[in-house]
Write a protein that binds this ligand. Structure first.
Ligand code: PEP
Length: 250
């Protein structure tokens, strides 16, 4: 199972230390499940110095489209790798909604991250209106098709880069509402099959679920057939809760 912790714009060094110190005590758990922490850019090197000899992996919450130059405030893939990251999250709904990031931009960023060998989590998810209108599958299809449109530039079948899709229904993020087992399974099967058909690959891309995952619901989520892990926001900031989620996955 993949357990990804999206800290978003939270934590100072002291908070990161408290969280990491608690997690590292249970380092043996991380051999069974792959645990990846996504702190803010400002904490990457600090967190890396604490986890580099553990089984916990490091990732960034976004990256720039560009390699270097006059792009004030942006951080390139090379810089992220230099800080110790092996992973990056692209296209999180908070970036798609608040920063108006498009799937085309996500696709260009994916090209950059894969070119430099960064494992990439692409987030997709429908909003409440799409769900109520029952257009969610075509919305997801479009997001995946466009976000992965650079994929043909890579030999998908032999690529060393790992692609992970995070299915995060927007109506479930930070709201306490979790999609039902049927809804999660339906979408995960749909995503896996769509990628196989559209990109003509036999690779079974891992699909992880995100949206109000906590210590109480994670056990049932891990039991769903086509769930390969979870992307956890709020609950990843509470060490005991996050450890319980990791334990439930093993
Ligand atoms: C997220 O932001 O990726 C997320 C899933 O958040 P939360 O777990 O808080 O719903």
């Amino acid at each position: 199972m993949i357990i990804a912790a999206n800290w978003k714009m939270n934590c100072l060094k002291k908070d990161a230390d408290t969280l990491i110190n608690e997690l590292i005590k249970s380092d043996n758990l991380f051999k069974k499940s792959k645990v990846i922490i996504f702190p803010s850019y400002s904490l990457l090197t600090h967190v890396y110095s604490k986890i580099h000899s553990s089984n916990i992996k490091l990732g960034a919450q976004d990256c720039s489209l560009f390699d270097h130059g006059a792009f004030t405030g942006q951080v390139s893939v090379e810089m992220i790798i230099d800080a110790g990251c092996e992973y990056v999250i692209l296209g999180h709904s908070e970036r798609r909604v608040m920063c108006k990031e498009t799937s085309e931009e996500v696709s260009k960023k994916l090209f950059k991250s894969f070119s430099l060998g960064l494992n990439t989590i692409i987030c997709v998810g429908e909003n409440l209106q799409d769900r109520e209108d029952e257009t969610y599958l075509s919305v997801l299809k479009n997001q995946i098709k466009l976000s992965l449109s650079n994929f043909d530039k890579f030999d998908f079948n032999s690529s060393n880069n790992k692609l992970i899709i995070a299915y995060e229904p927007i109506w479930a993020i930070g709201t306490g509402k979790v999609a039902t087992e049927e809804k999660i399974n339906e979408v995960h099967v749909f995503i896996k099959n769509f990628i196989k058909d559209h990109f003509k690959t036999k690779i079974d891309v891992p699909v992880i679920y995100g949206g109000s995952v906590n210590e109480d619901n994670s056990n049932d989520i891990f039991k769903i057939d086509n769930v390969d892990g979870v992307l956890v926001g709020g609950a990843s900031l509470k060490p005991r809760t996050f450890l319980k989620i990791i334990k439930n996955s093993t």
